[in-house]
Design a binder for this molecule. Sequence first.
Ligand SMILES: Nc1nc2c(c(=O)[nH]1)N[C@H]1C(S)=C(S)[C@@H](COP(=O)(O)OP(=O)(O)OC[C@H]3O[C@@H](n4cnc5c(=O)[nH]c(N)nc54)[C@H](O)[C@@H]3O)O[C@H]1N2
Ligand SMILES: Nc1nc2c(c(=O)[nH]1)N[C@H]1C(S)=C(S)[C@@H](COP(=O)(O)OP(=O)(O)OC[C@H]3O[C@@H](n4cnc5c(=O)[nH]c(N)nc54)[C@H](O)[C@@H]3O)O[C@H]1N2
Ligand code: SF4
Ligand SMILES: [Mo]
Length: 751
Amino acid sequence: MALSSTGSVRSQCPYCGVGCGLELMPPAQPGQAVKRDAEGNPVWTARGDRQHPSSQGQVCIKGATVGDTLARGRLSEPLYRSSLDQDFQPISWDQAFDLLEGRIRSTLAAKGPQAIAMYGSGQFHTEDYYLAQKLLKGALGSNNFDANSRLCMSSAVAGYTRSLGSDGPPCCYEDLDHCSVAFLIGTNTAECHPVLFQRLLKRKKRTPKDVTVVVVDPRATDTTKAADLHLAIKPGSDLALLHGIAHLVIAAGGLDADFIEEATEGLADFAQLVASATPERTAELCGISEQQLRDVAALWARNDRILSLWSMGVNQRREGTAVVCGLINLHLLTGQIGKQGAGPFSLTGQPNAMGGREAGGLAHLLPGYRLVANAEHRAELEAAWRLEPGSIAASPGLAAWQQVEAMERGELDLWWVVATNPLVSMPNLERVKAAMARCPLVVVSDAYADTETAHYAHLLLPASQWSEKAGAMTNSERRVTYCPAYRPRHGQSRPDWEVFAELGRRLGYEQQFTYNSSAEVYAEFAALTAGRVCDVSGLSHALLDQEGPQQWPFPQGSIASSDSKRLYANGCFPTPSGRARFVADPVLGLAEPPCAVYPLVLTVGRYLGQWHTMTRTAKVDRLQTMHPEPLLEIHPNDAKRFGVVDGELAAVSSRRGSVTAKVLVSDRIRPGSVFLPMHWGFSQDQACEANVLMHDQACPISKQPELKATAVVVAPAVSVVKPLEQSEGRLQRLRRLFLQASTSEKAASRL
Ligand SMILES: Nc1nc2c(c(=O)[nH]1)N[C@H]1C(S)=C(S)[C@@H](COP(=O)(O)OP(=O)(O)OC[C@H]3O[C@@H](n4cnc5c(=O)[nH]c(N)nc54)[C@H](O)[C@@H]3O)O[C@H]1N2
Ligand SMILES: Nc1nc2c(c(=O)[nH]1)N[C@H]1C(S)=C(S)[C@@H](COP(=O)(O)OP(=O)(O)OC[C@H]3O[C@@H](n4cnc5c(=O)[nH]c(N)nc54)[C@H](O)[C@@H]3O)O[C@H]1N2
Ligand code: SF4
Ligand SMILES: [Mo]
């Protein structure tokens, strides 16, 4: 690990997919008292790393306060209970491994590998991801590894693959400095990718005429404040909008005929489809004026460096893949790809969801952007992993929601949840709880003790987290950063990759899982990417540590900081024909449109200062002060119609359940839509389980659930309904146990 003269270290921020560089300063600085958190644990201070090319010294409030989150409330030792109505008891790691090994062996014998599943996370390091694939898909022969990226990036993965032949965002952050139009669709960049947003905002302020900012979002957000044009479309009407824009671009002759001729296929079918997407029809479907539509289409037809940025407003949709392809269609139509300042740029959610895709971390993937369904790909990995031919099953495993359905049917005997908190983040939560309660062994590996999912687990495994384990992460612009272990491991916690490796050895794969360090794991993974789109075969922990973060492709023999800024600059795409494809999908709209009983569309998203299920951000006082509670955003007309009052409680109900939240009346949201944050799960004091309300319908191609829209009704709430009254006994017991554990740990974790 490269140490500076002040003892500071460099890493990548472990929150969002911008992947800013952080410089971490040790708790003891010369002439100053040791900095400690509220529990007395020493705290490393974070600031922006000026040497990191992606963020150039910038950070947001989450990155800046990450040091405060690392020691408090941690899970310190393995805990076990044989049934959910019992208390957890501490056990040793040895006992935990015996239990896991025994149950895996008996499950394999009784039901076969398909009865085992792991649900992982874009917050893994690449090494964790890679060994999880080797263990599940290789050693156990179960492709049932999926990650929370299924709820996040899988429509982007599917859309890129369908349109361009492979996953892989073709753009880079520098494109924000060069684009003439920034087309932001379904992204609240200001709150969710703040450092990128600030970069765009700075440019916009400096030279307002150089860049036109378009934001497509049913809500006015902090992002729309920077917009020249805000299209507050009806929720779920994005594909209609994109087709409507294509119609006008074609009508205006704004096509890039040379690019289309040389580098694409399928225009005829697409043009035929969008011929009916007339401006009148589009404006009507989207709930915007025809003039607004024409203004935006004129920007596309001008054919001048268009960068589109998107995230969950697009991906989390029953037609998520179709919307991604619809957006890429516009880039193909206008030749806006592979050039400086142009391209379809998916903003990644989590810090290493990109690395996860590279490592094959979804149920249909294998490491190196390979596919489970491809016999050659399977054979390549079986050979590399020294496994018998045929060891890797030929069909994709269970995707996230399918894992829940399999538990419901009693088909899963072991569900292992690692680095994600599905009892806040999955849709249709009551169904997930009931399904988990049926599963004979639920294992949860987490850094923290008090996650909602732990309440439905039998075995809790303490994970060493970022800062305590060395590994690599890839950010949205394909840049890989080495993240060193700069703090001691908490209590008995272990890095996830180490746990997977030990289990692999115990299951009889001694040769395949013997590693002395995560650097060896990375080296093995990197070699497997040679010749693939995501080639990182020239990277190693040592190179990244010495030379700093690097973008891929980075084949063996590459020189550090070589130009890998953009993919497809030569107009050649990794499809069989070498051409990118126009995709002609008809418009479907929302899976659960509003109706007479549930007349509003609820959308669920994020606040700037909270991270997902708050296991980390709830531990930072500044962030709690910023967002002390969840608020139901509702338009004044709707507030009046449903009789709810600003600052008072409302009940929000869908076909699946009900939650209460304080009302925020605001004309920033479209009439007919309401918004709730996703963050407050049932164990928070201000619990508001938004995902109890959400349906589980998913995009048939990407299998990504429509977490952005469900039909609800709102009414004044007469009293505060205390969430999950009945599970309070268990909740309190868990808290007590974890409090005991964290007190004893405090002393141990002092430097
Ligand atoms: N502060 C913070 N930052 C984060 C995270 C966090 O938890 N907190 N999480 C990270 C992760 S994993 C992710 S995936 C990203 C998510 O980043 P974003 O996708 O930017 O965040 P969201 O708030 O989920 O949703 C974005 C916007 O989609 C809009 N939307 C809803 N329905 C529609 C629709 O039908 N069409 C369109 N066009 N827009 C719609 C919502 O109004 C919302 O403003 O953020 C990352 N960054
Ligand atoms: N309605 C609705 N639902 C949503 C969304 C939405 O926009 N709307 N967004 C979806 C999206 S995009 C996402 S990404 C998900 C996020 O949802 P989750 O993945 O459930 O959220 P996190 O709180 O990030 O959970 C990560 C967990 O990993 C733990 N952890 C951190 N580091 C480590 C480690 O190194 N090892 C281990 N073992 N554990 C660790 C943390 O303590 C935490 O419990 O939510 C999804 N759910
Ligand atoms: S923008 Fe994202 S990566 Fe950068 S500091 Fe904030 S949370 Fe971390
Ligand atoms: Mo995400």
